[in-house]
Design a protein around this ligand. Structure first.
Ligand code: NDP
Length: 511
């Protein structure tokens, strides 16, 4: 028989006798209760109704965005001492290993969409540390499209479906990105339309914090930090035509690749680095340290190796361990804090809110999300739907004078020695930077692409085949935007786009 502890969720019978949801053995799997041989079915047939009703409720809301993804378990191992930068326990000893879970994903597509879509990839890691769960909710690109968080729903809508046609829509897509104040996205758009926009596999791509974080050491010194998780398998991309072909032939190509390689013992690994910056250095930057559309120069802020990540265990159950895994940048540990980057600040709220919606208020009780290496004790966090961990039994549900409680404030770092913010509430809208500032790094990337033969041409081609689906007015805005990066780039895109979708003379006359 199964486990007889009523509070234990793993109540599966070991004798494999099939039951209904209430543990009542089923006599025959496909029999229904019927009036006579040919009459209607009976409402009393709980086994049938139980099964049909549960089937109707199998799906939970898919993530919006990042609905489609794959995941695996593994560990992070410290390879270098960084206790001068970060006091988190997971870094306190060279060789220390922390179990982790990674979920890779695309962004815009629905749960059943293709792995090889041109899209950024999510690269989210949950570390089960002794100080609680830490999530690094990163992407495979070091920058993002927006820096005003209020634009996020607008932006994502333009990457998804037209509300009328329910189709992907090149006009919506480029209308948003070419609106002058949204052209802060140009750096990310360049990466997206380079061949890095279609990684060959999840194993062959990097992860980046993108955002600036604040890490501090045990002496109270603190640093702005960016994290880079670099693939040891090497960067490998698909070209546009390969990606489109695979999307049709095997839409789960990357998920299959990840599962197969781990199953065969070919464990993918990544080397983890940080870039650090002091507050004084940040004040001298030509852009804000909180600007998610910018990278920190590798030359000025060299990468410093901190550890290694290994994925060596496939999930046993996709729904339980991947569909239900819940990441948030606000799930953090002592000595690792969010910076004032406004997009990051908004994510601190939005992610747990998404989980409460998708999984319920007790999403932290789902095994994959349990901080099992630290464990939870909070007498006032009680009840709620799907409470399955015993709900702290008879423990008072407030801080009772009859009980004792332990706190760790004394040793927990505080941020009062960090930046000081002061001022009235302001309507802050982070539109375009003066002059060409938002195009400088995009141009830098265009020069980086020149180091690999054919990559500048691939960028122009990848934009051209996409924008060929837009109307002439939007196309002209796209050509003009890429011409601001480089004149030849704009011209190459125009030449190819117009050769794919030539304009009629009346269309031409309207421009
Ligand atoms: P570096 O020459 O030191 O670094 C260039 C970096 O460009 C590489 O290390 C690589 O980052 C990245 N890169 C190479 N090919 C591509 C590609 N096809 N798509 C996207 N990124 C690519 O120069 P800087 O640090 O001075 O940066 C110059 C430009 O490089 C920037 O304008 C930026 O656009 C781009 N870049 C910089 C990154 C950074 O963190 N400094 C990261 C990514 C891009 P990686 O090693 O992470 O793969």
């Amino acid at each position: 028989m199964g486990n007889d502890n009523p509070t234990n969720a793993s109540n599966v019978r070991s004798d494999r006798v099939v039951t209904n949801s209430q543990g009542n053995p089923i006599n025959e799997p496909f029999a229904t209760q019927r009036v006579g041989q040919y009459g209607p079915l009976l409402l009393q047939d709980f086994t049938l109704l139980d099964s049909l009703a549960h089937f109707n409720r199998e799906r939970i809301p898919e993530r919006n965005p990042h609905a489609h993804g794959s995941g695996a378990f593994g560990y992070f191992e410290v390879t270098d001492d960084i206790t001068d930068v970060c006091g988190s326990a997971m870094f306190n000893e060279i060789g220390k290993k922390t179990r982790c879970m990674v979920r890779f994903s695309t962004v815009g597509g629905e749960k059943g969409s293709a792995d090889t879509a041109r899209d950024p990839r999510g690269f989210a890691t949950k570390f089960y540390t002794e100080e609680g769960n830490l999530d690094w909710v990163y992407n495979n690109t070091p920058v993002f499209f927006i820096r005003d968080p209020a634009k996020f729903p607008h932006f994502i809508h333009t990457q998804k479906r037209n509300p009328e046609t329910n189709l992907k829509d090149a006009n919506m897509f480029w209308d948003f990105l070419t609106t002058p104040e949204n052209q802060v996205a140009i750096h990310q758009v360049m990466i997206l339309f380079s061949d890095r926009g279609t990684p060959a596999t999840y194993r062959n791509m990097n992860g980046y914090s993108g955002h600036t974080y604040k890490w501090s050491n045990k002496k109270g010194e603190w640093f702005y930090v960016q994290v880079h998780i670099k693939t040891d398998q090497g960067i490998k991309n698909l070209n546009n035509e390969e990606a489109v072909k695979i999307a049709g032939e095997n839409p789960d190509y990357c998920g299959q690749d990840l599962f197969k390689n781990i199953k065969e013992g070919n464990f993918p690994t990544w080397t983890v680095y940080i870039q650090t910056m002091t507050e004084a250095e940040a004040q001298k930057l030509p852009f804000s340290v909180f600007d998610l559309t910018k990278v920190w120069s590798h030359k000025q802020f060299p990468l410093r190796r901190i550890g290694k990540m290994v994925l060596n265990e496939n999930p046993k159950n996709y729904f339980a361990q991947v569909e239900q895994v819940a990441f948030s940048p606000s799930h953090t540990v002592p000595y690792q804090e969010a910076s004032a980057d406004p997009v990051l600040q908004s994510r601190l709220f939005a992610y747990p809110d998404a989980h409460r919606h998708r999984l319920g208020a007790n999403y932290h009780q789902i095994p994959v999300n349990c901080p099992y290496a630290s464990r939870v004790f909070n007498p006032s966090i009680r009840d709620g739907p799907m409470n399955v961990d015993g709900n702290l039994g008879s423990e008072p549900n407030y801080l009772s004078t009859a009980k004792s409680y332990n706190y760790t404030q004394a040793s927990k770092p505080i941020q009062q020695h960090q930046e000081v913010w002061n001022g009235p509430a302001l309507p802050f809208h982070w539109a375009t930077s003066p002059g060409d500032a938002d195009f400088v790094q995009a141009r830098g990337l265009y020069n980086v692409l020149a180091r690999t033969p054919g990559q500048q041409q691939a960028l122009a081609h990848n934009v051209a085949v996409h924008v060929a689906n837009a109307c002439p007015e939007i196309q002209e805005r796209v050509f003009a935007m890429f011409s601001r990066v480089d004149k030849t780039l704009g011209q190459s895109i125009k030449r190819e786009a117009l050769s794919i979708s030539p304009r009629s003379s009346s269309q031409q006359a309207k421009l």
